[in-house]
Ligand binder design. Sequence first.
Ligand code: NDP
Length: 618
Amino acid sequence: MTKNSDVNGGGPGSIRDILGTLDFDPDKLKRKYLAERDRRIRPDGIDQYVEVTAQFSRYVDDPYIEAQIHREPLKDEVEVVIIGGGFGGLLAAARLREAGFGDIRVIEKASDFGGTWYWNRYPGAMCDVESYCYLPLLEELNYMPRHKYSFAPEIFEHSKRIARHYDLYANACLQTGVTALHWQEDTNQWLINTDRGDLIRAKYVAMANGPLSRPKLPGIPGISDFKGYTFHTSRWDYGYTGGDSTGGLTGLKDKRVGIIGTGATAVQCIPHLGEWAQHLTVFQRTPSSIDERNNAETDPLWAAQLEPGWQQRRMDNFNTLVSGGHEDVDMVSDGWTDIFRNLTGIAAKLAAEELGRPLTSRERADLMELSDYRKMNQIRARAEAIVADPTVAESLKPWYRQFCKRPCFHDEYLPTFNRPNVELVDTTGLGVERLTERGVVVNGREIELDCLIFATGFEVGTSYTRRAGYDIVGRQGKALSDHWSGGLRTLNGLQSHGFPNCFFMGFTQTAVTVNVPHTLNEQARHIAYILSEARTRAKTVVDVMPDAEQAYVEEAQATTRQGLRFYAECTPGYYNSEGRPGNRNGFFTDMYGAGPIAFFEKLEKWRAAGNLPGLLLE
Ligand code: NDP
């Protein structure tokens, strides 16, 4: 960090002129951030969590099944199998249908389409990315979301609407988990085994199994001892709590409820728990950054004047702004675009314009850091202004840079701590100590509970195949777990050498964007293009050339390194593999670090080349 005196006392033409007087000491804040990080770093990193298998497997049972599906095992052949019926799978199916592929089967563990929106039905669940950008295929389906930020039931309904529109139900295998995938050299097909004894052969497979799909639990002593009622937020038990995703949790009126975790999920459900539980204890390890939400109903007049192509234009506009690019107009204009405008390359570009010269890399880094301190001061001041008890307000202040953890936007979360029946137990970065038969122990104090809810998130940082729950065996019996043992190896994040006709969707060496369905849509289009080209050329096998894969791996890794340096200074969380950003399986480790604007352009140029560079067609 630049010395305080350099920043506050910089002469004319310095970034000091851009920022104005600083009402804080950046060096002091930096020391505080690092101390808060150090306090949370643990030697066990991601191993602190227990896997939801064996005695914990009940935490992933599906509480939402309306009717068990009974069917005989299948032994058949389809052209395309898509594994996963969330947005990735739905978009892949939609783009393939549009490209003329009729024989598509979606295999999905859940009882319906929706993916994350099938599972996450907790009270208050909603998407804090603008609905007009986030909900896929709005123009194709002629659907307009009811609010600027949609609530979970509407998003789940929309998922089903997409499945109906593209006629995906008839051939889908719901309540079905894939157990193995083997490439068949003799027939040039994938053989897919499932937990229902199916033997399905497919020419192509698209893996759309989602990055945050496997719940995790804290590996604390006594985790199995608690005799009260427990569940994970992604398997909300309304049979116990009463009510539904809109609230009305009448079953909790006489219950002492505890919740472990204060991430994006907890932030949305805690206001409802606070409203209905007799008493709510929130166990916090690290507070989230909570900015304003400002939801609003969709204005029908605005919706009526939208011109064809509006959704893609809006998605592009949003993506540019949240990826550090410039747009004359901010169509979405919300907390996300505001943060990115102030904390990314846009701010640096504007500063350079103001100074009439390019910023040095040091000036640029200082500008970002100082703007970040300022933004987070505003977030901390917000907690202080809303929460009445100064000690509680202090505990709710996040001490890290904005993008160290996922920013949250909520208008009812902080006020919940003013309720007389809500207690915040600040574990000062250490987490809860242990569970007992009766409740939770923190700092030697046992808090008795009737119900304990785990808002402890999802498995991240383990290998792709562990999270999928099975390996993928490609050409010459090579397992994907071997091929990716030193990190992801792909071409354009989508295909891997030796695993022909198999396409990976989601966060596999691709570019992360706030609006995840945007990336999924680009991937879906790309897959549809490749399959169409193979069909036009009468080819049946599409593999990646090893040197093309190697070149892409090097390019992706080179661009990711800078981001990893940022995360090294962050408080632990799933973004930095609990304080170990070098983890080869980490969330941001094997991304395409140049960002989504560059990545989407790269895919587009690749398609425009017309000769499928790096692919081998047989
Ligand atoms: P997270 O992983 O973000 O949060 C898990 C929480 O559990 C953290 O607060 C963590 O604390 C806490 N925790 C873990 N172990 C312990 C322990 N031993 N003692 C006390 N606390 C503990 O999971 P979420 O389900 O909240 O969110 C996952 C992701 O899902 C989000 O980041 C976001 O990407 C997505 N999401 C998106 C939403 C949207 O609006 N689009 C809404 C909800 C979720 P610590 O921080 O210290 O690790």
